[in-house]
Design a protein around this ligand. Structure first.
Ligand SMILES: Cc1cc2nc3c(=O)[nH]c(=O)nc-3n(C[C@H](O)[C@H](O)[C@H](O)COP(=O)(O)OP(=O)(O)OC[C@H]3O[C@@H](n4cnc5c(N)ncnc54)[C@H](O)[C@@H]3O)c2cc1C
Length: 636
């Protein structure tokens, strides 16, 4: 690789959403920081978040109550210690966001006026007038009280606009949009994470970025599903890069489906939970029945999994593809003032929410599982931190409590920023000692002393199929080029994969559906392995590869993306297949009951997976006596 294609930085942050930028802005200014974004900066879930950020700010609320609500929603699978640690930092996190210039909605009429971005830009902005004691708080499903700080109904946009202004102004931060990380780099000698291989979408070149530490903040994986609220950058790249490099993954089967995505054509627009929090009601369009009253005493404010399943059942019966969410009984000025984005967006689509019901259906929304991470963001690999939706800290358990995820991005991002300078100093000392000492084995300090890998309790290991590529680098372009198929064929499979995941790995699952999904994914994986050299032999300039210049064709990139998505889909489906119970966001029609002992499902790193035959893919269910749930006598 030529010197042009090599970059160096102190800290490489993969992802420019709330987790990535919170980390970048909280790190010392003395460190050079490079932040990658796979697409344009505004294309991230953080930007689209509407409802807000949960924290116990009200005088009648407490961290204890917030923790209790989170543990209930998490259905026995939250890590109670990590949950308490993260939620205890809620107030400081909101305070920090206020200091960055986030124009949270205030209680009084005067303060309710949102500050314009011009105001935010001005150097004499007085942040003290954004008092956290005076923030307007909303109530969302599963929360026992008003606890969600917000900026109108476009919290994510306001938060991200404020942070992006700050990040652009920071001379130590370089943001690189349209730069996609492909794999993580580890040192040969010490196995520490030392950067990433990156694809520059503008020049179609591969770069190698060397760094002293890496922060994975690449978001979730919702776009593996057909109807999803997250933008198309969210396909689980970070989860796969970390797994490949040696990290454990946890609880991948817990995909949260948001009950109320807008069910209009292919729209991915979300109708915020806050609308139900303010009194929105769900009706069957045909009978006008308010069906949630029959399902749960909390009615529309029951936890998301319960509401989403109830809506899915209605849709199965009514055949319309949607139910109605109605807020027309609320005062029109209130709706227009508190939900300006939803009001305006729907008005342009011909729905006046002050008079008309909104067609809604569940949509894939959030990944509760991810890369096993401590509250300080440490993963299993020395030098690799993770924060945000890519990470699994145990905060969300089997079902995330609404508005806890933005909070986690800020808290864990800031924790990483607090720990990372210590790590850099100590690893430097250790490296120096290793270089100079002739008696390395006698050294008292080792990387394990300066890096505490996360500890998981009560786990169930997911048994995996044999991955034929386990010993090779999956994201080797040369390898990929041997198997390159046409972009159109591969794009078609990506679309079919989404449909398969929604149909067979959706709100409800069964062994039969999951086995079908595994078989189909396996077929696609086999097809992908077949050598189809036609595209590389063509005269198409995109397909002509000049290896010396690190140029890469779009077909090769699509091949790598598809391969990665098929593997991730396998991991998710296997996790769901081997969890033989129903809990939180995971509902098995063939195992509708809770297991006696809640267990976190863990996937060991790729390099540790046992080798065997490809037939492992359709593996008999692993039964753990302690966790065994009662099988349904008849399919439900
Ligand atoms: C519509 C919607 C509404 C929501 N509302 C709320 C809410 O009100 N409250 C709440 O708490 N949560 C909400 N959530 C969830 C919350 O927004 C997300 O969990 C959170 O924003 C995730 O932040 P993140 O920084 O981890 O990832 P993101 O904000 O998704 O950012 C991911 C970043 O990683 C980059 N990236 C991805 N792959 C690569 C790669 N290979 N190389 C380089 N860069 C890469 C992307 O380009 C992007 O910059 C909502 C989510 C959605 C989709």
């Amino acid at each position: 690789m030529s010197a042009d294609n090599v970059r160096r930085t102190d800290v490489l942050i993969i992802g420019a959403g709330l987790a990535g930028l919170s980390t970048a802005l909280s790190l010392p200014k003395s460190l050079s920081i490079m932040v990658l974004s796979k697409a344009a900066l505004e294309v991230c879930s953080s930007h689209y978040a509407q409802g807000g950020i949960a924290a116990s700010l009200d005088k009648n609320d407490s961290v204890t109550d917030h923790v209790a609500d989170t543990l209930i929603a998490g259905a026995g699978l939250c890590d109670a210690n990590n949950t308490t640690e993260i939620l205890s930092e809620g107030q400081q996190a909101i305070q920090w966001l206020c200091e960055q210039g986030v124009p949270f909605t205030q209680n009084t009429q005067q303060d309710t006026k949102q500050k314009t971005l011009t105001d935010l830009n001005s150097t004499d902005l007085n942040t003290s007038d954004l008092e956290i004691s005076n923030l307007h708080l909303t109530k969302e499903g599963g929360h026992g009280c008003r606890r969600v700080a917000h900026a109108d109904d476009a919290t994510g946009r306001h938060v991200m606009e404020a942070l992006i202004i700050k990040a652009h102004a920071a001379s130590n931060i370089t943001i690189l949009p349209y730069h996609e990380a492909l794999s993580l780099l580890k040192g040969n000698r010490d196995n520490h994470c030392q950067g990433a291989r990156v694809f520059d979408h503008k020049s179609h070149r591969q770069l190698t970025v060397y760094s002293r530490a890496v922060v994975l903040a690449s978001g979730g994986l919702g776009q593996l599903f057909q109807r999803a609220s997250a933008p198309n950058v969210c396909v689980g790249d970070g989860v796969m890069m970390a797994w490949q490099a040696g990290c454990r993954l946890a609880n991948l089967e817990f995909i949260q489906f948001h009950p109320t995505g807008l069910a209009l054509d292919d729209s991915s627009f979300l109708i915020s939970e806050a609308l139900r929090g303010e009194g929105g009601r769900l009706y069957c369009p045909q009978t006008g029945r308010r069906f949630m009253l029959d399902v749960d005493e909390r009615a529309e404010l029951a936890p998301r999994d319960i509401v989403a399943r109830a809506i899915a059942e209605q849709i199965n019966v009514n055949g319309l593809g949607y139910v109605h969410l109605d807020v027309s009984h609320l005062p029109a000025p209130f709706l227009q003032e508190h939900f300006p984005q939803i009001y305006q967006t729907l008005l342009t689509l011909g729905i006046d929410i002050t008079t008309d019901p909104i067609p809604v259906a569940p949509t894939a929304h959030y990944s509760c599982g991810g890369v096993v991470t401590s509250v300080n963001g440490m993963t299993d690999i020395v030098g690799l931190y993770a924060a945000g939706e890519v990470a699994y800290t145990g905060l969300h358990g089997a079902n995330r409590l609404a508005s806890n995820s933005l909070l986690e991005c800020v808290v864990v991002g800031r924790n990483i920023a607090a720990d990372l300078p210590r790590y850099l100093t100590e690893i430097e000392v250790l490296d120096a000692e290793l270089h100079t000492s002739a008696y390395r084995h006698n050294l008292n300090v080792s990387a394990n002393d300066i890096w505490k890998t996360p500890i998981l309790k009560n786990t169930q290991t997911i048994t995996l199929p044999y991955f034929t590529s386990s010993t090779s680098n999956l994201y080797d372009y040369h390898e990929a080029s041997k198997h390159c198929h046409s972009d159109a064929d591969m794009t078609e499979i990506i679309i079919k994969l989404k449909a398969l995941m929604t149909a067979n790995m959706g709100i409800t699952r069964s062994a039969k559906e999951l086995e079908e999904a595994l078989k189909q994914i396996q077929k696609w994986q086999k097809w992908l392995k077949k050598p189809e050299l036609s595209s590389l032999n063509s005269n198409d300039s995109d397909s002509n590869i000049n290896r010396k210049n690190s140029a890469v064709s779009i077909d090769e990139l699509t091949h790598l993306q598809l391969e990665r998505q098929l593997q991730l889909a396998t991991l998710i489906v296997q996790s769901a297949y081997q969890r033989i119970e129903s809990r939180g966001g995971h509902y098995r029609t063939d195992y509708p009951n809770l297991a006696v002992t809640p267990q976190t499902s863990v996937i060991n790193p790729l390099l540790d997976t046992r080798e065997g035959s490809i037939d492992w893919l359709i593996q008999p269910i692993i039964v753990h006596s302690g966790a065994r749930a009662i099988k349904a006598t008849t399919a439900t």
